[in-house]
Design a protein around this ligand. Structure first.
Ligand code: 5GP
Length: 189
């Protein structure tokens, strides 16, 4: 298995999943998305097994006990998210490079496990105000959850320097171009 790993991390609302969707369309990158497990409720727009594998907290905890995760985090109180070892192995065994959309702690932990085989990119919002506006207009979270996400984002921004690269998502077009260039170079090596 010679595939590589591309990790997109950064605060919720920074634009990771939009970027990931674009990057997955680039045929020459040969990227497949690592579908995470999570314990939050499915949003209307989401598909189980495509966006996440949606599990109850108890089911999630069983998987922790059975050591099924490459990494997992309680990203928000009582909301668990994790990357399954079997998911990554499955994609690598298909000859794919694997792309992750994970929180900052998850990103650091995958990079630590895979070192040179992984590229970690921190997607940074231009400012916390812009991040808040984006979370509001995305219309997926309650005002209370938005507050939680902004509080967490302040903490997460301190970890940007632990990543291989930081891309500021000022405009989607520029962020796509910058990320594509980084990934292109990394996959060529
Ligand atoms: P959301 O609820 O908006 O889909 O995701 C919330 C946060 O959880 C995002 O920052 C997302 O990147 C992160 N996340 C998604 N999957 C995983 C995972 O498998 N592990 C970790 N550590 N974080 C994840």
């Amino acid at each position: 298995m010679t595939g590589k790993l591309v990790i997109l991390s950064g605060p919720s609302g920074a634009g990771k999943s939009t970027l990931a969707k674009h990057l997955l369309k680039k045929k020459n990158f040969n990227l497949a998305f690592s579908v995470s497990v999570c314990s939050r409720k499915k949003r209307n727009s989401e598909i189980d097994g495509e966006d996440y594998y949606f599990l109850s907290i108890d089911e999630f905890k069983t998987k922790i006990e059975e050591n099924e995760f490459l990494e997992w985090e309680e990203v928000y109180p009582n909301l668990y998210y994790g990357t399954l070892k079997v998911e990554v192995e499955r994609l690598l065994s298909q000859g794919k490079n694997v792309m992750f959309d994970v929180d900052v702690m998850g990103g650091i932990s995958i990079k630590r496990k895979y070192n040179e085989r992984a590229l970690s990119v921190f997607i940074k919002p231009p400012s916390l105000d812009v991040l808040e506006d984006r979370l509001i207009s995305r219309n997926t979270e309650s005002p209370e959850n938005i507050k939680k996400r902004i509080r967490k984002a302040k903490m997460e921004l301190n970890y940007a320097r632990r990543f291989d690269h930081v891309v500021v998502n000022e405009t989607l077009e520029d962020a796509i171009a910058a990320t594509e260039e980084l990934i292109g170079k990394f996959l060529e090596q």
